[in-house]
Write a protein that binds this ligand. Sequence first.
Ligand code: UDP
Length: 392
Amino acid sequence: MQDYDAIIVGAGFSGAVMAEQLASELDWQILVLEQRDHVAGNCHDGKTRDGITIHHYGPHLFHTSKQRVWEYLSRFSEWKPYHHKVLAEVDGCRIPLPFNLNSLRMVFPADRALELERKLLESYGKDSRVSILTLREAGDPDLLEVADWIYNRVFVNYTARQWGVDPEDISPDVLGRVPVVLSHDDRYFQDVYQAIPLSGYTRMIESMLDHPNITVQTNQQALSRFELVDGNGIRFDGRPFEGSLIYTGMLDELFGYCHGELPYRSLKFEFETLDYPYFQSNTTVNYPNESTFTRITEFKHILQEHSDRTVIVTEYPQEYDRQDQRKNIPYYPVFTAENQRRYDRYRSLATAYPQLTALGRLAEYRYLNMDDAVDNALSAADKLITGVRAGC
Ligand code: UDP
């Protein structure tokens, strides 16, 4: 077997950035082990027979304000500018989400909406982005009325369904991702750069991995090839392995679930091809209340593709169960204080292996957007590269 300087488990954004950086900056030989039959992790996409680009693990809309992430990824793909817009169906009416001043005018009578708008702007300032949890702490009864309206109709049921726990138990950061926006900007994100890789995420990640020093093996059960020798080094394919191990999978699995399973949330995606050109007016419509699903996305809006047919995906949140093939994809860590404590115990086990870097949404048990994953991986690569160059 060839000697590798680093073995990377997982070929999503985190693994691909690490592979590319270590191969190009250190001239290392890299082996990437991917358990699926394709690279690109949950960003994996492809075109249907009708020429519509679909995202196989749910819609991925790239946005960032991080200049270095934008510049880095731009080396591997061209972009098509795209500003994501979401409507939420509430009481039979479709309102812009995040809830903003346009939404306010749609759901309150005109005079009342103006009065509430004035109070919101006085309290928080024009263009500010206020977490619904902050708004719920407002002292003013009018502001509380708005907060309750939004919380009860947009957040409570969606969040309970999405996470399977009481909304009060989930980290405030989760709801903070969709703030109340005090402007008329209907876009879902306000980042400086908002665009989709023109030839798709898969092509972008393939091009990151396309380096003579990088070997990618798909359909690999990496953990059956590794052994962590009780704080005493790592064995790979039955031999001591002295190189770096970059692990982007679940930390509980890496350590044999010795502290119990970390909870994750899974999703069921129902794809449908429809025999007419359009299903809805914009990419995503959320259904916060009555339905068993949370949202429907129509893909052709994203790259403005033309076809007589259309493809939609409906998302049903579901529990994660690693024994059940229909439920065994861990889409999200479940962000409660108790789960974080359990994760920290795994994290401290990892410190016994200086060769090991645990990276990415699963291994770090964090809610990372794509740009965060790339940014973290760039920082982790920098750290490793600097250490190697300094001879440590
Ligand atoms: N959320 C909600 N209602 C909505 C949209 C979002 O309650 O209509 C809450 C929900 O808890 C969700 C979180 O805000 O998990 C973050 O939403 P985001 O759209 O960022 O979720 P993602 O696209 O990452 O699944």
